[in-house]
Structure formats: structure tokens, C-alpha cells
Design a protein around this ligand. Structure first.
Ligand SMILES: [Zn+2]
Length: 54
């Protein structure tokens, strides 16, 4: 993962057969059945938070 100069650091967490995205700012995404979806949620959160992703 690339270092970012913001307070938003997203991770994906698995809960049972679901995966969900979480962020260091306290945000968490909906439970998804695929980790790819959870990562997409995390990317969407970063975009809406104004964090530029490469
Ligand atoms: Zn965040």
C-alpha cells in the first residue's frame, strides 16, 4: 500500500463469509460477499473524502 499524507487509511476486514472496508477516520462500508467489492467501497470512500488515488 502506498503511504498517503492524509488521515484516511483503508483496510478490508473479513467477517465470516463477508468482507467490508474500514477506514482510520471511522468510516466503514457495507458488508460485501467479495473482497474486491469491499476494496471498491474503500476507493469510493477515498474519492468522496477528497483523497487522490493514483
Ligand atoms: Zn476515511
Amino acid at each position: 500500500m502506498h503511504a498517503q499524507s492524509s488521515s484516511h487509511a483503508t483496510t478490508t476486514t473479513e467477517r465470516g463469509s463477508f468482507a467490508l472496508a474500514r477506514c482510520s477516520c471511522g468510516w466503514s462500508g457495507p458488508a460485501r460477499r467479495s473482497r474486491d467489492r469491499a476494496r471498491t467501497d474503500a476507493a469510493d470512500h477515498l474519492r468522496s473524502a477528497g483523497v487522490s488515488t493514483p
